[in-house]
Design a protein around this ligand. Structure first.
Ligand SMILES: *Cc1c(COP(=O)(O)O)cnc(C)c1O
Length: 430
């Protein structure tokens, strides 16, 4: 059986497959660059594992208090060495990215301090953490105030506004690397470095924290290489490599990370407690795979942008721009388009492929939302998934794919479903 026939047996027509191959032809150079970055980052991860003499004893499960958990402590040193930081807190007890960010913020901000975001509004879930939207337990409730400098209309940093916003109470500056589900550009690590350098010139002792979600291993350097004091992320995104079933990390300056450990467990206990519950093999192996998994997801995002842009759909980032995270938005222009796209992603999934995604009212959203995900780990967004609110501009946000081959099938299936609904031209571009 040919590969084309294999795709046909999965539901992708020869025309859609052939169009995909035409699009791919032009991407060889970019894919090679992505592979080179993955190769570099694989070396980085392995060097950290070698240095810390990772061995089978580190995979043993611990329970209860988890005292003397050598596997857990060594994993933290591996993260710290890989990201070039003094210390790391990497724990299954950190339940998600929002939790990791909450720990980092609440550990390092005290009553009377001010938090500043110099890059506009933060990720949705942080609004309640900070108290931008009122919530029980927010930083605001504890007397921590919040200031924000918006980006300029072209998506660049508004340095005069940032300088004006930094005052004697500004204790911590939070910089979100990925655009998340906003429309601004994602920042390169170098841009983040420029911003950090500026902030530290204005106020040398200010703590610069980077929300690194979706950005890990996309480039050869991380924000911790450009003077970020803390970098924070989720293990069910890039650094978990698809194998981590839960967890988050905080890497950075030892004194700041220690405060995080005291906040996560209890003052005085810190990093000494926290059983690994048998998750060490998944966390080590996931980190080992993370550079190549991230590369596969990146290829998927670039393939989708090129496939859909040629059909006249606006893509953010566009087909040719450089990448700093793994998220791809495709503006499909109609509710039917979003539904068809998501049906295709779902149909390609290894899990729940037979499920039919439909738009649904979700708490906290003012319009219906559609989601496609067939993941091994619930909510994992390093696995192939797509979602979006059913409203103008009818954009789906698409990310992940544990293998490039799976991402490719998902994207071809999305186009197949669009084509079956008559939402793309009968004859696909040459
Ligand atoms: C995903 C994400 C978060 C929150 O992570 P959860 O694991 O969903 O809580 C925060 N910031 C950014 C930029 C993200 O992409």
């Amino acid at each position: 059986m040919t590969t084309e026939a294999m795709y046909q047996s999965l539901g992708v027509s020869p025309e859609v497959y052939a169009y995909g191959e035409r699009v791919l032809k032009a991407l060889e150079g970019r894919f090679k660059e992505i592979d080179e970055t993955a190769e570099y980052n694989q070396c980085k991860v392995l060097a950290a594992m070698h240095k810390n003499r990772v061995n089978a004893a580190h995979f043993a499960a611990t329970t209860g208090y988890g005292y003397n958990d050598d596997g857990r402590d060594t994993l933290e040193r591996v993260y710290a060495d890989c990201f070039h930081t003094e210390a790391a807190l990497v724990r299954p007890q950190i339940t998600c990215g929002t939790h990791a960010l909450t720990v980092a913020l609440s550990a390092n901000l005290l009553p009377g301090d001010e938090l500043l975001s110099p890059v506009g509004a933060p990720y949705d879930t942080l609004e309640e953490v900070i108290g931008i939207r009122e919530s029980v337990g927010s930083l605001k409730e504890y007397g921590v105030t919040y200031a924000q400098a918006d980006l300029k209309p072209d998506g660049t940093f508004d340095y005069p506004a940032i300088e004006r916003a930094i005052n004697e109470r500004t204790k911590l500056i939070t910089i979100q690397r990925s655009k998340g589900y906003a429309t601004r550009p994602t920042f390169s690590v170098q841009q983040i470095g420029d911003l950090i350098a500026f902030c530290k010139r204005v106020k040398p002792d200010v703590i610069c924290m980077v929300d690194n979600c979706y950005g890990e291993f996309v480039e050869r350097i991380e924000p911790s290489d450009v003077r970020a004091d803390l970098i924070v992320g989720s293990l069910i995104k890039n650094p978990g490599g698809g194998l981590a079933p839960i967890g988050g990390y905080i890497c950075g300056r030892a004194d700041l990370v220690e405060r995080c450990a005291y906040r996560l467990s209890a003052p005085g206990l810190g990093q000494e407690v926290g059983a690994n519950l048998g998750l060490m093999p998944a966390l080590y192996q996931g980190f080992f795979l993370a550079p190549t998994v991230t590369a596969g997801a990146l290829k998927g995002a670039i393939f989708a942008a090129n496939l859909y842009e040629r059909l006249g759909f606006r893509c953010v980032p566009n087909a040719t721009e450089s990448r700093h995270d793994i998220i791809q938005a495709v503006e499909l222009g109609s509710a039917e388009g979003m539904v068809a796209f998501c049906k295709g992603i779902q149909a390609a999934a290894p899990v729940d492929s037979y499920v039919d995604p439909i738009p649904w009212a979700m708490p906290g959203y003012d319009s219906e939302v559609i989601m496609a995900a067939g993941a091994f780990v619930q909510g994992s967004s390093i696995e192939l998934s797509a979602d979006g609110p059913i409203r103008e501009p009818y954009a789906v946000y698409f990310q992940g794919g544990l293998t490039w081959q799976h991402a490719k099938l998902g994207i071809l299936m999305s186009l197949q479903k669009m084509k079956e609904k008559g939402l793309v031209p009968e004859k696909l571009p040459e």
